[in-house]
Design a protein around this ligand. Sequence first.
Ligand SMILES: C[S@@+](CC[C@H](N)C(=O)[O-])C[C@H]1O[C@@H](n2cnc3c(N)ncnc32)[C@H](O)[C@@H]1O
Length: 229
Amino acid sequence: MVDERPLRRNSEVLAETMELEGSRLLDVGCGDGTLLGWFLRRGADAFGLDPQPARLEEAARRIGPGRCVAGCGEMLPFGDAAFDAVVFFNSLHHLPEPAMAGALVEARRVLRDGGRLVVVEPLAEGGYFEVMRPVEDETGVRAAARRALRDAAGARFRLEEEREYRTLVPVASAAELIGRLAAADPGRRPRLEALRPVVERLYVAHLRRDAKGRPALEQPMRIDLLRRV
Ligand SMILES: C[S@@+](CC[C@H](N)C(=O)[O-])C[C@H]1O[C@@H](n2cnc3c(N)ncnc32)[C@H](O)[C@@H]1O
């Protein structure tokens, strides 16, 4: 069966769905600051938050000091109505499941009236998902994140747009993927080491090439755009 969802870059989808220039924006679970740097280059007054000190150090090296703070989505160290937009990019399903709903309450609190919540999540399918599945099957947590978002959309936000697309994530090798999965969640490292041969085999089986010819894995995504009400 042909997958009719468009093949897009995450940055293209964000650029066409978000108003970035001059927007005061919070990136929750900013990781190494790659996306935060992209927001800043497009004129957003962007800040990031992440609980992992090592990731925050990487982010500070990438974009300079003063833009990233240590913290958790479920207890944001910012005042009420401080932001025009709050973004969770590949991060909502990384929060502890009981904290997901509370994090969306927090997102609402720090958003100004009419501000935008943008949630981009990977779906539990596709090559990238299949390669990491033996290490950690995220089917359950991704579904929990979706439920939390659905509940928030019914109560604290108005869902304005939802779309699915496929993206090709450049991954140069199985070793790079293993490093990336461990960086996102250091608790995975022992399992990653034990399953290295399995990950290597699945990586080869699912390998594709992106438009620039780089080795890549396909990952279907969903973006939800919600308005604070
Ligand atoms: C898969 S990474 C995504 C990082 C970044 N958004 C990106 O797409 O490159 C998930 C991130 O969520 C962060 N995270 C985990 N628990 C969190 C929490 N309770 N609140 C905020 N972020 C959290 C992790 O530290 C990690 O950096």
